[in-house]
Design a protein around this ligand. Structure first.
Ligand SMILES: Cc1cc2nc3c(=O)[nH]c(=O)nc-3n(C[C@H](O)[C@H](O)[C@H](O)COP(=O)(O)OP(=O)(O)OC[C@H]3O[C@@H](n4cnc5c(N)ncnc54)[C@H](O)[C@@H]3O)c2cc1C
Length: 399
């Protein structure tokens, strides 16, 4: 494979052998350890029994999938972005988020101090801890710059006050990555803090139900006079926004990669069904009303895959970061919208079975909906893309 230099597109038409091997290992893990649990997870509203969670976790670790892009120094795998995308694509072929049980850590920890890495990153990757990322608030969603959570300086550190919404995994997390504004005179400096869940003043005030049945919740967490030391700051006071952009980049690319995997699964299921189902003496596949929408799904899946892989290759090749951000938004926008269309078409092709929770298309129809909302809605991705078109230029955005 050739890698891209800044601004240059060079797609890996063949994956490098070690990436291909990783793809095969992840595929085997998903098919042997994840997919067989989907229906049980669905019936249990996403919450598998602990022994099954432990089995998935151990199988993921045995397959060398924990800690993905983090450094091997802390137990990670040191993957490239392309490696990571290939893995996420395989995870996307499954339902109910069961792969969440494979240990990992948010990319904020790339910026952790040595002490923070020892205290949190190593145990997170080993599966002995869980993290959650708390940015969104009741009045600050699409515009995270509007957050009201504050961190006032005390003699020994900071006192945090505020309330965070939709904190994924916040119900089981050991450590929260919290975005707060450090008050510095008239200035408000966006800063990320590592807050242990058992710190006095941290309280889960609501744990709402959501459309998908996933392993962990998205609770509302209140911080009342929560005292943390100087050592809770990640990287430095006022440096939260850059890390947040890096988090968005990773999450948006991950959503695109998993959406590509979901379209693959939807096509597998709907083509298999439609080519075998006979009604009125004919295969339903032979009705173009059934098969043509699936041709559209194949076009969506193949196009989304190319775009997603391209962003990964550009990121690995050190292309202009702003271009990579804009193209990651384009990938997230296209794939999340396309995957939802594909889920709807697959449900239609399966008829009444498509509406049954026992079938993957029904589960994916619900699960894929949030991909058009979280980590920036489709409208916000369109804003990023339009900025890219204006500032980076049409040609660089397209090629
Ligand atoms: C299941 C789930 C898990 C989540 N996990 C996390 C998490 O772990 N951590 C975290 O911090 N957050 C998390 N979120 C929050 C998520 O990122 C936000 O919900 C999302 O960014 C949208 O913000 P909002 O809900 O406040 O909607 P709003 O910002 O109120 O948007 C409402 C509507 O207005 C549109 N809109 C808003 N501004 C504009 C604009 N400028 N131009 C055009 N249209 C606009 C939006 O596109 C949307 O359609 C999660 C959300 C969900 C549903």
């Amino acid at each position: 494979m050739t890698t891209a230099t800044a601004g240059e597109l060079s797609l890996p038409l063949e994956l490098p052998p070690e990436t291909k091997d990783l793809q095969e290992r992840t595929r085997a893990f998903v098919e042997e350890h994840v997919m067989p649990l989907e229906q049980e997870a669905e019936r249990l509203y996403g919450r598998l029994p602990q022994e099954k969670i432990d089995a998935v976790k151990q199988a993921g670790i045995a397959a060398g999938l924990n800690g993905g892009q983090h450094s091997p120094e802390y137990g990670g795998q040191g993957w490239s972005t392309l490696d990571w995308v290939v893995v996420e694509e395989q995870y996307g072929r499954s339902t109910n988020g069961i792969y969440w049980h494979v240990p990992g850590a948010y990319n904020v920890f790339h910026n952790a101090s040595e002490a923070q890495a020892e205290k949190y990153l190593r145990p997170l990757i080993a599966g002995k801890m869980k993290d959650a990322y708390a940015v969104t608030e009741a009045e600050a969603g699409s515009d995270p710059s509007g957050i009201a959570t504050t961190a006032e300086r005390t003699g020994s550190g900071f006192r945090i006050n505020g309330e965070k919404w939709f904190v994924t995994s916040g119900d089981i997390a050991d450590v929260l990555i919290v975005m707060a504004n450090v008050i510095d005179g008239d200035e408000r400096l966006p800063t990320l803090f590592l807050v242990d869940i058992d710190t006095p003043g941290v309280e889960i005030v609501a744990d709402p139900q959501f459309t998908h049945h996933y392993p962990e919740g998205h609770p509302t967490i209140r911080f009342t006079d929560v005292e943390v030391g100087e050592d809770a700051v990640v990287q430095g006071v006022g440096e939260g926004e850059d890390m947040q952009r890096a988090w968005f980049l990773e999450e948006r690319l991950g959503i695109a990669a998993r959406g590509v995997g979901a379209m693959w699964r939807l096509l597998d299921e709907s083509v298999e069904w439609a080519t075998n189902r006979v009604q009125g003496g004919n295969r339903i596949w032979d009705h173009q009303g059934v098969s043509f929408p699936l041709a559209d799904s194949a076009a969506d899946a193949a196009a989304g895959r190319l775009l997603t892989y391209q962003v990964a290759v550009l990121a690995d090749g050190g292309a202009d970061l702003k271009l990579v951000h804009a193209k990651a938004s384009m990938a997230k926008l296209f794939v999340s919208e396309a995957a939802f269309r594909c889920a709807d078409r697959a449900v239609q092709a399966l008829g009444g079975r498509g509406y049954m929770r026992d079938y993957a298309p029904e589960r994916l129809l619900r699960e894929l909906r949030v991909d058009r909302i979280w980590e920036g809605t489709s409208e916000i991705q369109r804003l990023v893309v339009t900025r890219g078109l204006e500032r980076r230029g049409v040609e660089r955005m397209l090629h």
